[in-house]
Design a protein around this ligand. Structure first.
Ligand code: ZN
Length: 272
């Protein structure tokens, strides 16, 4: 009895210590694996991914991915600096790459490592649509959603008793990492972000794209186009990002607040 109690107190302590604050919502979130461990792993996995895929360079599309990515990154930095989180992105090493793949997919790893697949470009359709996707994915990274999924998966796997969670060279943890960050190519092993994470990323993403100078209403149009794709074969992005009518309605309702936020940064015209 006494033993159980002390274990419980120990675990509680661990969880409290392992919490971090989401700078956009002020909410405390679970983070069993610190960024000091996650970022080096993310950078390594990113380089591995790039070496195994065909990176598109020097095309108009590749340049657009880099240019939109840079604008979203700058928007994130401006927002965080203005809200008392200067330094939040100090360990970020932003990178934006377009890879040749028919998959309809895009993701951002912790540390700002972004991949856009050529297969998603017909649906993003234009720069503002691409900004909506990239804003959303960057929002997941900034809010440490992958880290929370990873923590949850580890709690499950390790039975919540391991005090030291080492990542390097551990195949099982690497699997958890890939699953948590959406890199798994097999749909069966991809974990969808929870609905609350999706909602949070949509809302933060709208703010980022608006500060970057894009009309947040373009995000609603993007999800309408996604919805139109849903009748076809299952798609990577849609399997983790259902394009529901609720999602589209929420986005439409948040457009004014995203624009109002952008105006605080002197942004008054929004590219459609
Ligand atoms: Zn998402």
């Amino acid at each position: 009895m006494k033993f159980t109690k002390s274990i419980a107190i120990l675990l509680l302590g661990m969880v409290v210590v392992a919490c971090s604050t989401n700078p956009f919502t002020g909410k405390q979130t679970l983070a069993l694996v610190p960024n000091s461990q996650i970022l080096p792993m993310a950078f390594q996995q990113y380089n591995e991914f790039l070496s195994e895929h065909k990176v598109v360079n020097n095309t108009a599309d590749a340049r657009m991915v880099k240019s939109v990515g840079q604008k979203i990154a700058t928007a994130a930095e401006r927002y965080l600096n203005a809200n008392g989180y200067a330094g939040y992105l100090k360990d970020y090493r932003w990178e934006y790459n377009l890879v040749q793949s028919p998959d309809i997919n895009a993701w951002c790893m912790p540390g700002g490592k972004i991949v856009v697949y050529t297969g998603i470009l017909p649906i993003t359709s234009n720069e503002a649509g691409l900004a909506a996707v990239m804003g959303h994915e960057v929002a997941h990274a900034l809010a440490n959603h992958g880290q929370q999924r990873m923590s949850a998966a580890q709690l499950q796997q390790l039975g919540a008793v391991a005090g030291n969670i080492a990542l390097a060279g551990d195949a099982e943890n690497q699997q958890i990492f890939n699953t948590a960050y959406g890199l798994g190519s097999n749909l069966g092993v991809m974990l969808p972000f929870s609905r609350s994470h999706e909602t949070e990323a949509d809302r933060i993403g709208l703010t980022l794209m608006a500060i970057a100078g894009y009309d947040p209403a373009a995000a609603a149009q993007l999800w309408q186009r996604m919805q139109a794709q849903e009748n076809g074969a299952p798609l990577e992005f849609l399997s983790t990002h259902p394009a529901s009518s609720t999602r589209i309605q929420n986005i439409q309702a948040w457009v004014p607040e995203a624009k109002a936020e952008a105006r605080k940064f002197g942004v008054t015209s929004f590219k459609r």
